[in-house]
Ligand binder design. Sequence first.
Ligand code: SER
Length: 909
Amino acid sequence: MDLVWLLCIFVLFFEELSLGWSKPDADADAVTIGAIFTFSTINGKVAQIAMKAAENDVNADPTFLGGRKLSISMHDSNFSGFLGIIGALQFMETDTVAIIGPQSSGTAHILSHLANELQVPMLSFTALDPMLSPLQYPYFIQTAPSDLFQMIAVADIISFYGWREVVTIYSDDDHNRNGVTVLGDQLAERLCKITYKAVLPPDPTVTENDVRAELEKVQQMESRVIVLHAYTKTGLLVFNVAKRLGMMESGYVWFTTTWLSSILDSNSSLVATSIQGVLALRLHTPDSKRKADFSARWNSLSNGTIGLNPYGLYAYDTVWMIARAVKMFLDQGNNVSFSNDTKLNNVGGGALNLEALSIFDGGKQLLSSVLQTNMNGLTGPIKFNPDRSLVHPSYDVINVLENGYRQIGYWSNYSGLSIVPPEELYAKPPNRSSSNQHLNSVIWPGGTSNKPRGWVFPNNGKQLRIGVPRRVGYRDFVEQVNGTDIVHGYCIDVFLAAIKLLPYAVPHKFVLFGNGHENPSYNELVNMVAADVFDAAVGDIAIVTNRTKIVDFTQPYIESGLVVVAPVRNMNSSPWAFLRPFTPLMWAVTGVFFLIVGVVVWILEHRINDEFRGSPRKQVMTILWFSFSTMFFAHRENTVSTLGRMVLIIWLFVVLIINSSYTASLTSILTVQQLSSPIRGIDSLIISNSPIGFQVGSFAENYMVEELNIPKSRLIKLGSPEEYASALETGRVAAVVDEQPYIDLFLSNHCKFSIRGQEFTKSGWGFAFPRDSPLAVDMSTALLTLSENGELQKIHNRWLSKRACQNSGAESDQLHLQSFWGLFLICGVSCVIALLIYLFFILRKFKRHSQQASEPSSHGSSSSARLQTFLTFADMKEDKSRSKSKRKRNNDLMNGGRNSNLPGMDPIC
Ligand code: SER
């Protein structure tokens, strides 16, 4: 504030001394209004003509201001804020009741302080900086919609077309800078953003080199959506240079604010270069007879020097706005009077003519009359909201063609984008829903009607550098082909299939990451995308929180959560498995009971049952045979005593139960795999304090340390499925924690292990792109398409289809010799022992028989003849009853003279 006053004082002093400035004479009957514009600009020219026409129209009715005339005094600020201030000070000295202008927002910021102090309303339809706050500058009124709405409209259009990133080019002055700031806010509300701001020197000083330097930077950007907010000179220069740099070609999207439509309306010949395809805003004014009549008059008003643009209509209406307010002011009995500003008395004027700056006594009333405006002007109904914004701000959306432009729709603050004029919508309830937003088709730069993608790969045609992990284990996922730079695998195939679905080519090359001796750190790989070393990372990369903080992932293309794997023990592998159903004690008690029952039954039967009688040896054999044969219900001996039968039936029942239990237990031992480790899931693993294996490079390590608080010393890194197997088998680790896809593959080749518990994290694998990369969004869509059309599953089957566990499957249910050779051994040994005993006895018998027979022919016979005799002897059936009494019968036979060659044996024939 103080600075502004000092500047004003300096100006007054300067004018007094150097310019010989003096008060213009004021016409006593006139109500004077000042206007400050740069006459040589398009809007300055148009405004001058329109304001003059309005002045004439107001004065055409002498009674309108009660016989007083409206006099508009014009001041050319000639692109200079300084001259604008001089003009304003001049007006303040000449009993000016209001000022129209200034043209630029920068000057408006300064002059508003003057207007505030001297209470002279200042109305501008071109200084539309959204930051010219009515609270800070109560005497400054924007009589055309603030650029806030223009920026909302641009943001709505960008969001309507689905673009997310925007580059802005603007002149570094209050108006354009503040406009772009507001645009940034509006874009952010729509989840879009300005990715680069190309700042040019202020309009009067900008050079072609400045523009070229900035545009070359813009060319390097990813975004191809450019918003150009500037004044005429800068705007046209930007297009000239852009054309030369090939930036008006297809692929680019250009938006301009209203400066371009003003040129096209007023002097399209200034557009020396083809800017076909540009979208621009234009202040919307509803069609009306008054507007049509004024447009028809325009040629004569302007002598054909310049075309009418909407700012001309606003200029005309602004004059009428003041005229009406003055009328209201006068009608209320107020006088136009000025008084000294007492503040200036203390400043100490010296040679300055400070008293000349007087306060407009009726300024407050006039301001209030202006704000009460409610009229139908050339621009349509004019009324101010309580916050001093105009009701129903709206714009035409135009598409620049080779010859002129074409309107493709409208934007209104009421209903957003529409293809019907906003005034037709005001009668309906407002509807800004996205489904209610419409624009007609557009011819974009390059003459195409296909909506540009809005972005390109940032390095302009160079191949994308895609980092892929140089895996050592689980190479089905990503594998380097024999030391070449070619990679293949499940993840690569998914990536290639997805990229094929994109509607544009993505030149890329895979860059292997890792030393080739062990799997690389996947966190580092992702970091390298964030650090711009790679443009993307493709592979079996888990989407986990700390990674999503620095890069954008695509949709997951496979599920992957962490699981625990531990060994299983197959108990059927033991040759003594048949003993396992019972404990040794059970075996012993069972055996003893067999004997007890045998003895008890023998006691009970002995006296009445012949089968339990005989020689002591025979009776011991009977007890043993009887008791053990009940095991198979195969006892031959009848029990005849009631007690004996009772004991037997109860025993048989016991045997039945023991048999069934043995069978059931043996079946389960032989067929069901038993868990050999106490690990039942992640919880029991954590409390077990045993070493845990994890895949080197995987996020699992960090997860276990940071999330599960497992001490790092318990973690053992493993590199390959083979290492998993050996670490688990040797007990180096109690369990391995890794993601499901790896474990599925591991288990399909290793049957001695199984997953314990549930997946304890839910995650997936995706491809990593730099933050806000539009390619990530398109790739996600492509991955969803692959998933929906079944292609993803086919790729999965091709690389990862579960192979049956090599030692399991149908075969795993079969029992092996290994489980039974103990039984066969027992049986075999008993057979051999029995045979040996038999051989021993038969040889003894044969020897006796040979001695008894004492045949002369057998003496001295050959050993083959002896063997034959032995075989014949062994082949003969022994008559047991006769054998038992052989000695007796031999004696009888010898005594009875009856001869026999082989006593005790029946001859074979
Ligand atoms: N999939 C793991 C990760 O992303 C690597 O094995 O960390």
